[in-house]
Design a protein around this ligand. Structure first.
Ligand code: C2E
Ligand code: CA
Ligand code: CA
Length: 613
């Protein structure tokens, strides 16, 4: 920090001194030029006065020779006075050859300035070609001085004026540069949207805490839940407003020695000094509480939640990077607990991070060796329990660990950037199984596959996906698409979103896990989907909880109002099935009717077209 401050000061003093040095040089040069011009002017004027005196002297000398010859001093004086008409003349003396003063004329003003510099011109007075006396004219320098003074004065004034103007403008430029420099320095350390510190500033702050070593401090990483969904539903501008409000609320919780930073779109970091472990854990509840206070968008009240990971310094991380790493591991653990989760860093989190890294590597190899296969869970019409579809569910048999649940490996594949490739392999697997069933003469309903929104992060991934559908001839009669609410919301706005592109190609889209994420019935009409899959957490509660039943009924009604069919997931009991029939759901899927089956097992359902039960 000290380093950057010194740099900044150095730079601003440079900004200040460079123009003033240039300016001084310029003024000096101008001044020199003015002096030179003044000198030229002076000499010019002097020469013209001397020339004027010279011609006066010629005239007087010619006309006074006779008076000298006849030695008539009075006439000489009269002639002198009559001929001394030059305005530059101050004195004219007529002397005999032996130096005797014959006549003198003292003309013009007697002002002191006339005698400052005297210009002398002398001429011999000739009679018949022979000198008879001398004429000495003394000229006044007043004109010379006045003109030179005026010239230099005006010149100096002009230079001073120019210097003053450029001094002010240099001052102004230096001030502007200083301000620009300051805001640049500020921007390099802050997030312009919220005014919070940025990652670098947070690291500097943590370094400072470490240097001072004053007791324990805490670092919280705060990840807002479903912010992408909020952004998509209300627009990025409202999203920005929400972020600013949240930043202000968090800032209010802090003391002067604490630091709030924004690390990414929806992730804040907060460092708190001077406390003990229970106090720090308690503070995370305060964070959740201020976040949950409603934020109004029109008349809709949003109550944001966040997952929070906490690490204590110096116990969990001695330096800034290990502290951030520890808080980040704690945050990953908090996310597993779902919305509003909190976790304090524990060594186990490091283990979890390591295991995730190992699994990511194993996934990379599994992709290369094509270790994945699909299970198919039949979907039945609720009216006659006839087979109306199936959901393809990915299975991974790890060479040493055995079966690993997609709930475990899909999020790892997403964060390791492998989900796009996995999604393409799923298409290949559906294609292969489908061809086999068709070759056995079976009638195959559309198979629903699950898409992750992170599958389409790359620019060309949508094109690649759609091209693969074409290559494998997986048209809308063969394939349906399941998207989570998060993916659907994030995609709402874009014209070329994967939703809109698949829709325009005629594919049937289902909104998966409805009720778990940002479920809002009021946005259903904006999402271009054909089916809504009611999450199993609702189905589970329907038998015991009349309000859950009421809610599912409302969901079904609203979906129907938007011409969407409903599929209830995770139906495990006959009671649930009956309740779903009563609320009017269209289709069901769950262990009660069928577990996910391997391709061969599913082919027996294809041949009967009915559930086994
Ligand atoms: P999902 O899309 O909600 O899939 C339904 C999950 O519920 C499946 O878990 C299925 O086995 C399970 N299930 C079905 N009936 C019942 C029931 O009656 N009771 C209970 N308790 N569970 C039931 P699975 O196969 O473990 O998949 C978990 C999640 O993994 C899926 O949730 C989906 O989000 C994801 N997933 C699976 N395959 C893929 C895939 O190919 N691509 C992507 N992107 N995600 C996938
Ligand atoms: Ca699904
Ligand atoms: Ca689901």
């Amino acid at each position: 920090m000290t380093h950057t401050t010194t740099n900044r000061n150095g730079l601003s003093s440079n900004l200040h001194s460079a123009p003033s040095r240039e300016l001084a040089g310029l003024v000096l040069a101008l001044f020199g030029m003015l002096m030179l011009l003044g000198l030229v002017q002076y000499h010019g004027l002097r020469a013209s006065i001397l020339a004027d005196l010279g011609s006066s002297a010629e005239l007087i000398a010619q006309n006074t020779s006779y008076a000298i010859v006849i030695e008539n001093d009075t006439e000489a004086h009269e002639l002198l006075t009559a001929l001394a008409t030059s305005s530059n003349l101050r004195q004219a003396r007529l002397e005999s050859l032996d130096g005797r003063l014959l006549a003198v004329y003292a003309g013009g003003s007697t002002h002191w300035s006339h005698s400052l510099v005297l210009l002398k011109v002398s001429r011999p007075v000739l009679a018949f070609g022979k000198p008879v006396g001398n004429l000495i004219l003394t000229g006044s320098s007043q004109k010379l001085l006045i003109w030179t003074a005026v010239f230099l004065g005006v010149g100096c004034l002009a230079i001073f004026g120019a210097w003053l103007a450029s001094w002010f403008s240099a001052k102004r430029a230096a001030k502007t540069a200083r301000q620009a420099q300051q805001s640049l320095a500020w921007m390099s350390r802050h997030d312009p949207l919220t005014g919070c510190a940025n990652r670098e500033e947070l690291r500097a702050h943590l370094r400072e805490l470490q240097r001072r070593a004053e007791g324990m401090s805490a670092l919280y990483l705060i990840d807002l839940d479903d912010f992408g969904v909020i952004n998509a539903a209300y627009g990025a501008q409202q999203g920005d407003v929400i972020l600013r409000v949240i930043a202000q609320r968090l800032q209010h919780l802090l003391g002067s020695a604490d630091c709030l930073a924004r690390l990414s779109a929806d992730e804040f970091a907060l460092s708190l000094t001077q406390g003990d472990e229970p106090g720090f854990a308690n503070f995370s509840r305060k964070i959740q509480a201020v976040l949950r206070e409603p934020i109004f968008i029109g008349n809709i009240a949003l109550r944001p939640t966040a997952c929070i990971g906490m690490a204590l310094l110096p116990v969990d991380g001695a330096d800034e990077d290990s502290a951030i790493r520890a808080a980040s591991a704690a945050l990953s653990a908090a996310r597993l607990a779902g919305h509003g989760g909190f976790s304090r860093y524990a060594q186990a989190h490091d283990r979890e991070m390591r295991e995730r890294a190992e699994l990511a590597e194993a996934l990379r190899q599994a992709l290369a060796k094509a270790e994945f296969h699909l299970h198919y869970q039949p979907i039945y019409s609720i009216h006659d329990q006839s087979l109306c579809g199936a959901e393809a569910l990915l299975r991974w048999h790890h060479p040493t660990r055995g079966m690993i649940s997609p709930e475990r490996f899909i999020p790892i594949a997403e964060s390791a950037g492998l989900i796009e490739e996995i999604g393409l392999q799923v298409l290949g697997l559906v294609h292969k199984n489908r061809l086999e069933w068709l070759s056995r003469g079976l009638k195959v309903p559309p198979i629903a596959i699950n898409l992750s929104s992170l599958q389409f992060l790359r620019e060309q991934s949508k094109d690649t996906f759609i091209q693969r559908l074409r290559d494998l001839e997986l048209g809308p009669e063969a394939l349906e698409i399941e998207l989570t609410e998060r993916a659907a919301f994030e995609e709402i706005e874009a014209e070329d979103s994967i939703i809109n592109r698949l829709k325009s190609l005629g594919y049937c889209l289902s909104l998966d896990d409805f009720g778990t994420g940002y479920s809002s019935l009021s946005y259903l009409h904006r999402i271009n989907c054909d089916k809504l899959k009611i999450d199993r957490s609702f189905v589970r509660r329907m038998e015991q909880d009349p309000s859950a039943r009421q809610l599912v009924k409302a969901i079904v009604e609203v979906a129907h109002a938007f011409q969407m069919k409903t599929v209830a997931e995770g139906v495990e009991t006959a009671g649930e099935l009956e309740a779903l029939r009563q609320v009017g759901s269209d289709a069901v899927q769950g262990y009660l009717l069928d577990r996910p089956l391997d391709a061969n097992g599913f082919s027996t359902r294809l041949s009967t077209g009915q559930a086994s039960r």
